[in-house]
Structures are given as C-alpha cells and as structure tokens.
Design a protein around this ligand. Structure first.
Ligand code: SF4
Ligand code: SF4
Length: 277
C-alpha cells in the first residue's frame, strides 16, 4: 500500500448475480444508501484514502464510471466482470491499481469469464506500466472443488494471476463450510488460495489477539458505518456524520479472523489468556 491508508468501501450490497454462497448481496438498494458522489466527497474529508470498492457488484451502481474517473486517489475494486471491459470510458481501468475479478459459475460460463478477463489484461498490452494488478478468484465451493485446479491453470495460461478462496460463513458463525473429505480434497489439490487456512480451522484455534486493524485499514458499510475490518465490530464512527476516525494503535480482538483481506492488511499477534486475564 506504500504507506497509504486503505478503506474498503461497500457503497451498496446490490448485485446483478445471486450466488448461493454469498453472504451479503441484495436485489435492490437499501434505504439510506448514498449516491457515489456523496462517497467521493465524504472520503475526501478523511484524506482520500486508497479506496477498494466492493459490494455487492459496484459496477452496476449509477454513476460508477464518474466516481472512478473523479476520485482523487488510487482505487481498487472487486468485480464479477459481467460487463465487457471495453465498454467502460477511456481512462477507466487506468484509475485502478488493483482489480480482483471473480468467477461465479452459477451465473457465467468459464470460457466467457476467462475471455473477458483476458481482454481486460490485453487492453494494456501496449502500456503494461499502466495495467492494474489483476487477480482472478474463484470461491472454492464444494460443488466444483475438482474443477478448480483446471480453471486456475487455464487462467494462468492466459497470463492471469488466479487463486481459490475459502468459502466462509458470516462473522462469528463457526459452523464448518466443508465436510472433512471435501477440505482434504481441496488441500490435496495444492492450488493457490487467497490465504492459508480455511475459516473453520481458524475458528477452532481462535484466541485473543492484538490487532492494528483500523489504523491504516478499515471497512465502511453502505450506510457509512466504519469498522476496523470486515469481521470485527469495533467501530471507527460514521463516514457521513463527521464521527469517522482512524485508530491510533492496536486493540484487542476476540473475533475469528477468517477473511483474506483482513489477514492481508491488518497486523495481528496472539496474546496468551494468562497475560490478558
Ligand atoms: S457476484 Fe459477488 S456480491 Fe454478487 S452474489 Fe456473487 S458473491 Fe455475492
Ligand atoms: S484480528 Fe482479524 S478479525 Fe480481529 S480485528 Fe484484526 S483483522 Fe479484524
């Protein structure tokens, strides 16, 4: 991140897909959600952090291209890449330093997705220095564990980074998402995953930690409520009412830290029960 603060923003949970494993999507916008121009203005009041736009599917939101072209700091995005990459206006993709494109087999065929991802990559063949870092992700749903290695290999064959993502449950729900035999098969496939451990394994071994999430990394929900990460509920205030504030150090966390983004951007260290009792 180069020392910049990163805000993962969810302006809406609206999505044009309806993946059965999705914990968050919505079929329509919730009351109280703000237009993207409000997000731009509010983010500028907190210093225009590097913003990772997630959802839902952010590209279906009204004014999305204007937001992208007008935000005064670099962007990241997670998208299902439903739309042809060439359909966006000039300069759109260059605004991103990182884009995660996710394949959802319930809604699109593999060849169609792979073709769109390869075309996005190819938009920068003559200007590679401007190409956003692209990563293809596929949720490791038990229905397609056996197909995953082949899909990832084909994406890598197109010059794309590609990895699987563990299927997790909502925060605090320790119910296993994988039967032991499925998890064993997934591990045996040795495919690259977004992080090293399945959520159900993390729940089993979860203990108290000190974590700096909220200091340079946070999540902001569609109503502007900011939390230090995607899982833990510790509040940083609200982006839209002037109460947002980054934290200035570590704080204790008891939450099972199961999400790849949290484990990538926060720094945590286990503390023993004896020390904190
Ligand atoms: S594309 Fe993403 S946000 Fe939309 S339903 Fe699927 S997993 Fe959820
Ligand atoms: S340890 Fe994980 S869940 Fe807890 S605050 Fe840090 S990033 Fe969030």
């Amino acid at each position: 991140m180069g020392g910049r603060r990163l805000a993962v923003i969810l302006p809406s949970l609206l999505c044009n897909y309806d993946c059965p494993y999705c914990r968050i999507k919505a079929r329509r916008r919730q009351s109280g959600e703000r237009p993207l121009v409000d997000w731009r203005d509010a983010l500028m009041t907190i210093g225009a952090p590097l913003a990772h736009v997630a959802g839902g599917e952010p590209t279906v939101l009204k004014g999305f291209a204007d937001f992208v072209l007008g935000y005064p700091a670099p962007l990241r995005m997670t998208t299902n890449l439903w739309r042809a990459p060439e359909a966006w206006p000039p300069g759109f993709w260059e605004r991103f330093e990182y884009v995660t494109v996710s394949f959802h087999p319930d809604h699109t065929d593999f060849d169609g997705f792979a073709t769109r991802a390869a075309r996005l990559h190819a938009l920068f063949d003559r200007r590679p220095a401007l190409r956003p870092r692209l990563t293809c992700t596929i949720v490791a749903d038990p229905r397609w564990i056996d197909a995953l290695p082949g899909w990832l290999a084909r994406l890598r064959g197109l010059g794309l980074a590609a990895r699987g993502q563990y299927l997790n449950r909502p925060a605090g729900d320790p119910t296993p998402t994988y039967a032991p035999a499925d998890l064993k098969r997934l591990r045996a496939s040795a495919i690259p995953m977004s992080h090293d451990r399945a959520g159900q394994d993390i729940h089993v071994t979860n203990g108290p930690k000190l974590c700096d999430a909220g200091r340079v990394y946070c999540h902001i929900d569609p109503l502007g409520e900011a939390r230090r990460c995607s899982r833990d509920r510790l509040s940083l205030g609200n982006l839209f009412d002037g109460t947002f504030a980054w934290r200035d150090g570590e704080a204790r966390c008891e939450t099972a830290c199961t999400e790849a983004c949290d484990r990538t951007f926060a720094r945590m260290r286990a503390i023993s029960q004896e020390v904190t009792a």
